[in-house]
Design a protein around this ligand. Structure first.
Ligand code: DX5
Ligand code: ZN
Length: 214
């Protein structure tokens, strides 16, 4: 699969409706929603109040990426707020399984994610228990960082583990994705590319999305 999920973190919140209408017109597949709590990551983004305008103005599925401690306290509210997929960090919890079950019980797709310093092998026991794996290709917390090249090997590793098991688990890559590296990432086995600054930071975001998909 070759999907593009622009990260709304890089949108212009003073003109949010226009930015979301651009996403609606574009070839983007999902809208990536980065929720940061200032504790799991050294930055605070936004929370529930913005799920409403995202839902109202954006016709694409909302792919929620929780960069928060205690995701078990909040996943159900994000499901109720209209998330199409809810992901949280493996390293933020003791046992992801009950939290994945909470999301599944809401009929919402599940995603487990890890920061670049977490051993990718730790995801293997969960490959058959989630809809998607999100490999961070920068340290979670800020848009506009540089892609970490070691991510490429991790994609190939996780892809082979998924294929070995005959699973359909998607691989999403988040951080430093741009029109330059998108093709290589898809070729390595990525299914979904998140892009913030490479979309909203360009003069022609719709074109950037198109180029990344090709
Ligand atoms: C980083 C977020 C990313 C971020 C990506 O913590 O999870 O989704 O918005 O931004 P770019 O594409 O600018 O690296
Ligand atoms: Zn993200």
């Amino acid at each position: 699969m070759k999907l593009i999920a622009p990260s709304v973190l890089s949108a212009d919140f003073g003109h949010l409706a226009q930015d979301l209408e651009m996403i609606n017109r574009s070839d983007a597949d999902w809208l990536h929603v980065d929720v940061m709590d200032g504790t799991f990551v050294p930055n605070i983004s936004f929370g529930f109040p913005l799920m409403k305008p995202f839902k109202q103005y954006c016709t694409k599925p909302l792919d929620v990426h929780l960069m928060i401690v205690h995701p078990e306290k909040y996943v159900e509210r994000f499901c109720d707020a209209g998330a199409w997929s809810v992901g949280f960090h493996l390293e933020a919890v003791d046992n992801p399984l009950p939290i994945l079950d909470m999301i599944k019980a809401k009929g919402v797709r599940t995603c487990l994610t890890i920061n670049p310093d977490i051993d990718v092998k730790r995801l293997v026991p969960y490959l058959d228990k989630v809809d998607m794996i999100l490999l961070m290709s920068v340290f979670a917390g800020f848009g506009g960082q540089k892609f970490i090249p070691e991510t490429m090997e991790k994609i190939r590793f996780i892809k082979s583990e998924i294929e070995k098991r005959g699973l359909k688990t998607l691989i999403e890559i988040d951080g430093g994705v741009n029109t330059e590296n998108a093709a290589e990432l898809f070729a390595a086995g990525a299914d979904v590319l998140v892009a913030g600054s490479a979309v909203f930071g360009t003069k022609d975001p719709e074109k950037a999305i198109r180029v990344m998909k090709e």
